[in-house]
Design a protein around this ligand. Structure first.
Ligand code: ANZ
Length: 850
């Protein structure tokens, strides 16, 4: 059957590729220009799925393309093989995490080979191999030396089901765990962090470099995640307390409008202020705190929720006018943002206004938003969400707009009132002036706040990179000496892997007990393991010298290959992985280990393969299995069908993925290659002119189409060419026509991007040596690209005076120019002036002199 043929061809070429290894990247002596093409490496849970099929197809298209264009291409593959699923399988089914992981890797590896992806198989890495994770430990220690890895007690996100700590990024918008679905709680633990916040400004500012090369959506998500706010830190004296309390405000201009202060109830400060208050206040505060602890972060940030809070019976002094401000604890103020305390300006902040109205607190307007602000307003840094500031003056009178009655805070532009020295200034200028006044008085300063938190990297789980630190008996924390790395994981047998909030490694006594390198006394290994996002934050560098036993990566190879030219993966990694990789790259740059500051020069997010409009998943039972599709029609048909189904970035409904149609198309192309009777030396110029035009149009258009990742269009053009060839053969020119050979060779060369097995087979049938995957591409002959001509008519005052042969795609302006310049038109016009020209390109130019 035809399907047997397909599988035989597939097996034949996969074997030849395995033997000849043609897709290995060239070595250091290779003088060709380089391209580093990378698809996000897979997590080895089960076999490949359709998401992988898309991801590795697209990177393969790009890798094959650059090879044909004469580039030395690096297209590596590896496995992101540490992580919870291996461990959960161990807990659920008693599987050994090592066996589970490496069995899955073996299966995925076989599938990727069966899929015909042109990887450099000599560079495979697994992050769970000691010779990989040793360098995670190296990285950790380098960051530690630079003060970028540190330990602190922290309120962490706690998944009560998985019994583990979660990164902020793993908490979904509804406050539940991305892993278990449980409502995430807060818990205080001592944890290791990477100080990514030191890089907040650079991570934000360097996004500008990526504009146009990364999806706009990803850039925006990263901007929001970093969330830089610009404003001031303002110090308030507190009655009965020695130290001042600092608040962060984006609106220091409104200081005269502050009528109370609000503190996060779950902050140390709130507890302290309550403790210094009456017994009654203490009780009410404790009750309130208990209820706040039950409220998710997301609910707390929900502005629609009725405001709650308790008065602490303590007072702050406004540094700008000496006013006494009552201090409240309320849960709309978050403990870990800014300083966990705000000056409340109810007239100009909606949350403060809602609170003031709920508790009957005064509202004082200090910005007259009916006063027009004229003149150039400097560009103001917008809020984290990119909200532009409105500049128009409100139409109504200020009295009508009183927030205390309308319930609507005045947030727009305007001029300052009731604000002493700031009166009359525009809001923008008042912000600047207020900061100057605060700085002069020593009670405040310009400041920035970020939403970005430090990266919590320790996990109390087994299947990860051990943290290479020792805790000495006398309480010091010291790095494991470099020559003792890697600290390898102990075997899991006999360890209780069930999550319980402390690492299973702690119970591996003989493993945990070690020696303090300085004193020779006993020291305990840190029992925690690293977040697997550490593993993937630098893996693209390890591919450059994967077997290197002496260093994480070879700096010379990094100079030669990195950054990655083309990176592709799912949009689910828009924040976590990409932000961490950017951070680590910048840290390595600062250590002088790489000479670039951004890891991925261009990024594409492929869409999902969906079924009937919804995501495929095991739980929904609507999985289309990768292996089933391979078995049914072969790798090439699946690859062509996926590439043809739509633009790379779009979701593709499986209903629109026609493997049957793709298989028919491939059979048609292959049949033609077998029919060709001319030999490779035939002179193409003797061939059918119309077919030659279609072929050369393909050569002319395909580079741009591939480089713009319009792969579906390229497939359409191949189909068009195959149809044209068939028509030419059957139309009388026959299979011996030189243009037929030229065209089908073009098909084989370009089809290699999509259907490499079929393309190799065609290439062989056409009398060439393997491999078509390494064959150079062809240039379009420009003389064959001239477009079809049409006849345009030029009229003067309604009479036809000339006809012109013009390209069918001529523009109106160009056509009018040609018409006016035509000799016959000039003669017919004499000394009359043209007063009007109506042009309908490409057919008519109508000139009037009256
Ligand atoms: C006074 C003020 C007046 C404010 C005004 C805003 C408008 P973004 O832009 O999101 O950074 N704030 C500060 N720390 C907070 C915390 N821990 N929890 C909740 N809110 C906090 O917001 C900065 C503004 O959010 C700050 O500026 C502060 O309120 C509040 F007309 O100060 B503002």
């Amino acid at each position: 059957s035809p399907s047997d043929d397909v599988h035989a061809i597939q097996a034949k070429w996969q074997e030849r590729w395995a033997t000849a290894d043609p897709f290995r990247a060239g070595d250091a002596a290779d003088t060709r220009p380089r391209k580093y093409v990378l698809a996000m490496f897979p997590y080895p849970s089960g076999d490949l799925h359709m998401g992988h099929a898309e991801n590795y197809l697209y990177s393969d298209i790009v890798a094959r393309y650059w090879r044909h264009r004469g580039y030395n291409v690096l297209h590596p593959i590896g496995w992101d093989s540490f992580g919870l699923p291996a461990e959960n399988a161990a807990i659920k089914r008693g599987a050994n995490p090592v066996t589970w992981t490496y069995d899955n890797i073996a299966q995925q590896r076989t599938s990727l080979k069966a899929y015909g992806v042109s990887f450099d198989w000599s560079r495979v890495l697994h992050t769970s191999d000691p010779d990989y994770y040793q360098w995670n430990q190296w990285l950790f220690q380098r960051l530690y030396e630079k003060g970028l890895a540190y330990r602190k007690d922290a309120l962490v996100n706690w998944d009560p089901v998985d019994q583990t700590v979660l990164a902020n990024e793993q908490v979904l918008a509804d406050g539940t765990s991305e892993r278990s679905g449980a409502l995430v709680e807060k818990k205080k633990l001592t944890q290791w962090f990477f100080r990514i916040t030191d890089y907040a400004d650079r991570l934000l500012d360097d996004l500008n470099q990526l504009e146009g090369f990364w999806p706009q959506k990803v850039i925006q998500m990263q901007r929001n995640w970093i969330g830089r706010s610009v404003g001031a830190d303002i110090d308030f004296e507190i009655e009965g307390r020695a130290d001042k309390v600092t608040v962060f405000s984006t609106r220091p201009d409104t200081l005269h409008g502050a009528t109370f202060m609000v503190i996060a109830p779950d902050s140390d400060l709130a507890a302290e202020l309550a403790a210094g208050s009456s017994a009654e206040v203490r009780l009410r505060f404790q009750d309130y705190l208990a209820s706040v602890r039950m409220t998710s972060e997301v609910d707390r940030q929900n502005t629609d929720r009725p405001k709650t809070g308790v008065f602490l019976d303590r007072f702050a002094i406004n540094p700008i006018n000496g006013e006494r401000l009552p201090i409240w604890a309320a849960d709309y103020v978050l403990a870990d943002y800014g300083h966990g305390a705000v000056m409340a300006v109810p007239a100009h902040d909606q949350r403060d206004l809602d609170f003031a109205r709920a508790f009957d607190l005064p509202v004082r307007v200090v910005v007259d938003t009916t006063a027009p602000v004229t003149g150039a307003i400097p560009v103001i840094e917008t809020g984290a969400a990119g909200t532009p500031l409105d500049l128009g003056a409100d139409e109504a009178s200020l009295a009508d707009l009183d927030p205390a009655t309308t319930g609507i805070a005045l947030t727009g532009e305007g001029r300052m009132v009731n604000s002493g020295p700031l009166d009359g200034l525009s809001k923008r200028n008042a912000i600047t002036r207020a900061i100057e006044l605060l700085e002069a008085a020593g009670t405040g300063r310009a400041s920035r706040t970020y939403r970005l938190r430090d990266w919590l990297i320790s996990r109390q789980r087994y299947w990860g990179t051990p943290i290479p630190m020792l805790h000495t008996d006398d309480g010091r924390i010291v790095p494991v000496p470099g020559d003792q790395l890697p600290v390898t994981l102990p075997a899991s047998e006999g360890l209780d892997l069930k999550p319980k909030g402390s690492s299973p490694l702690g119970a591996a006594t003989s493993w945990v007990e070690s020696v303090d390198p300085e004193t020779g006394e006993r020291a305990l290994r840190d029992p925690d393991t690293m977040d697997t996002f550490v593993d993937s934050s630098w893996y693209f560098l390890r591919f450059l010298s994967p077997g290197d036993a002496t260093q994480a990566f070879d700096p010379a190879a990094a100079r030669a290959w990195a950054p990655v030219d083309f990176y592709i993966g799912g949009v689910e990694h828009a924040i976590l992985h990409l932000l961490y990789a950017r951070f680590v790259t910048k840290a390595l740059y600062d250590m002088g280990l790489v000479d670039f500051t951004e890891p991925f020069s261009s990024l594409i997010n492929q869409g999902m393969v969906i079924l009937d409009g919804s995501k495929m998943s095991k739980s929904k039972g609507n999985l289309v299995l990768f292996q089933d599709e391979l078995d049914a029609h072969g790798a090439d048909a699946l690859r062509v069908a996926l590439a043809f189904a739509g633009p790379v970035e779009d979701d593709k409904d499986w209903k629109d993925v026609s493997t049957v149609g793709a298989a028919k198309f491939l059979a048609r192309a292959l049949r033609i290659a077998g029919e060709v009777t001319s030999d490779p030396e035939v002179v193409w110029a003797d061939g059918d002119a119309a077919l030659r035009r279609v072929t050369h149009k393909l050569w002319s258009d395909v580079p741009t189409l591939v480089e713009q990742t319009k792969f579906n269009v390229v497939v359409a053009r191949l189909m068009e060419l195959v149809n044209a060839i068939r028509k030419t053969i059957d139309g009388g020119a026959g299979a011996g026509d030189a243009a037929v050979r030229e065209a089908i060779e073009a098909v084989a060369l370009v089809l290699d991007l999509f259907a490499p097995h079929t393309a190799e087979e065609m290439w062989e049938q056409l009398g060439y040596e393997p491999f078509v995957g390494l064959a150079g591409w062809r240039q379009a002959d420009p003389t064959l690209l001239i477009e079809d001509a049409v006849t345009a008519v030029v009229q003067i005052d309604g009479k036809v005076r000339a006809t012109l042969e013009v390209p069918a795609r001529i523009g109106a302006e160009e056509l009018e120019k040609l018409a006016r310049a035509d000799e016959r038109v000039v003669r017919a016009l004499g000394d009359k002036q043209i007063v009007r020209a109506i042009v309908r390109a490409p057919k008519v130019v109508s000139l009037s002199t009256r």
